[in-house]
Ligand binder design. Structure first.
Ligand SMILES: O=c1nc2n(C[C@H](O)[C@H](O)[C@H](O)CO)c3cc(O)ccc3cc-2c(=O)[nH]1
Ligand SMILES: C[C@H]1O[C@@H](n2cnc3c(N)ncnc32)[C@H](O)[C@@H]1O
Ligand code: MET
Ligand code: SF4
Length: 330
């Protein structure tokens, strides 16, 4: 059993759901002509950030469809808003979040080295799920889910010393051997660069009206097995994260999960909108005798090692205690 289990409080900003990929399991993505296709404006985002700050959140989680610029309708929308590229817009959003007092964590799918370099000074951490190293039908219409591309970006983030979240999506048609190989791949990248803070073992949730609507989700036993495998394969300084709105965490903690990811008092999980966030009190009930500890979206080891830019040092300092966890409010 771990000494404690960690989580963070975030606001989830689904900046755009337009995406060049078409993953078989995803309901986040919308076609550009769909009534729910969106590119959120700064005016829409500011109150969400402010609400989150007031509710005690520390993290602004910005999520995007991937390389939306490859979709012409989106490019025009962005231009009308006054931005020449998505990355330019993301930098402005991150600056806003910092001004309001939240630490940015961006997951915009695949980004190149130049884009990562632009975001590093404004993000305390970034994320990209490896998903799997297997070539699967779920990803046959998603060029950005090619394992080699994902591995390349995770490695580049390491070279740039960006604290990083990655993970695997469990139950999308991969075998146990594939899961093992995916986790070994992540472990070997981490051994080279030391930037991976957490690996999410995310259980696939079938969604209606998707190609994988009738594909069975992983069983509890499979999840236990995969969490155990992750704990065995990953170095000790990497947290194993499970999502407490998608699966009951107690048993998974016994097998090696040490983090419950971001939960939000003010926003929904836009990727799994049907799965409500537990409150902190619910979380404590779920973890039972194991104490909970609130962390920031940058882990203590990376704070200690100074893996953040000077733009972020003041905010990190006011939010942390002497051990690099969230400071208790006075
Ligand atoms: O609310 C969610 N947060 C998700 N997060 C956020 C995560 O829970 C926290 O932002 C990190 O633990 C950092 O604190 C992700 C972050 C990534 O970098 C990559 C994938 C995910 C996936 C989810 C998700 O499905 N739902
Ligand atoms: C942000 C992450 O959310 C995950 N994701 C996308 N769709 C689903 C789903 N139906 N069930 C669980 N996780 C999903 C992917 O792993 C993506 O990378
Ligand atoms: C909404 S999914 C998260 C970000 C990105 N579209 C990816 O799949 O990597
Ligand atoms: S999971 Fe991400 S990359 Fe795949 S379709 Fe959804 S938004 Fe696009």
């Amino acid at each position: 059993m771990p000494e404690f289990v960690t989580f963070s409080r975030n606001v989830f900003i689904p900046v755009t759901n337009i995406c060049r990929n078409r993953c078989g399991y995803c309901t986040f993505r919308r076609d550009p002509d769909h009534p729910e296709a969106r590119l959120m404006s700064v005016e829409e985002i500011i109150p969400i950030l402010k609400n989150g700050k007031e509710a005690g959140c520390t993290e602004a989680l910005f999520v995007f469809g991937e390389y939306t610029e490859e979709v012409p309708e989106y490019r025009e929308k962005l231009k009308k808003m006054g931005y020449s590229s998505t990355i330019e817009y993301v930098t402005e959003l991150c600056e806003l979040a910092i001004e309001i007092g939240l630490l940015p964590h961006t997951n915009a799918g695949i980004l190149n080295r130049r884009e990562l370099e632009m975001l590093k000074p404004l993000n305390v951490s970034m994320g990209l799920m490896l998903e799997t190293t297997a070539e699967l039908k779920a990803h046959c219409e998603s060029p950005g889910k090619a394992p080699s591309k994902r591995i390349e970006m995770i490695r580049t983030a390491g070279e740039l010393r960006i604290p990083f979240t990655t993970g695997i999506l469990v139950g999308i048609g991969e075998s146990i051997e594939d899961r093992k190989h995916s986790l070994e791949t992540i472990a070997s990248i981490h051994k080279e660069f030391g930037h991976i803070q957490e690996v999410i073992i995310q259980n696939f949730m079938p969604k209606p009206d998707t190609p994988m609507a009738d594909h069975a989700p992983p069983t509890k036993e499979e999840m236990i097995q995969t969490v155990s495998l992750a704990r065995e394969i990953l170095p000790d300084d990497v947290a194993v994260q499970v999502a407490p709105n998608l699966i009951k965490p107690h048993i998974l903690i016994q097998y090696g999960a040490t983090d419950l990811g971001g939960i939000s008092p003010t926003t929904i999980d836009w990727i799994n909108p049907e799965a409500e966030w537990p409150s902190v009190v619910d979380l404590q009930q779920m973890t039972g005798e194991i104490p909970l500890k609130e962390r920031l979206p940058i882990y203590p080891q990376h704070i200690k090692e100074g893996w953040y830019s000077s733009n972020l040092s003041k905010l990190i300092e006011t939010l942390t205690d002497k051990n690099g966890f969230k400071r208790k409010q006075q």
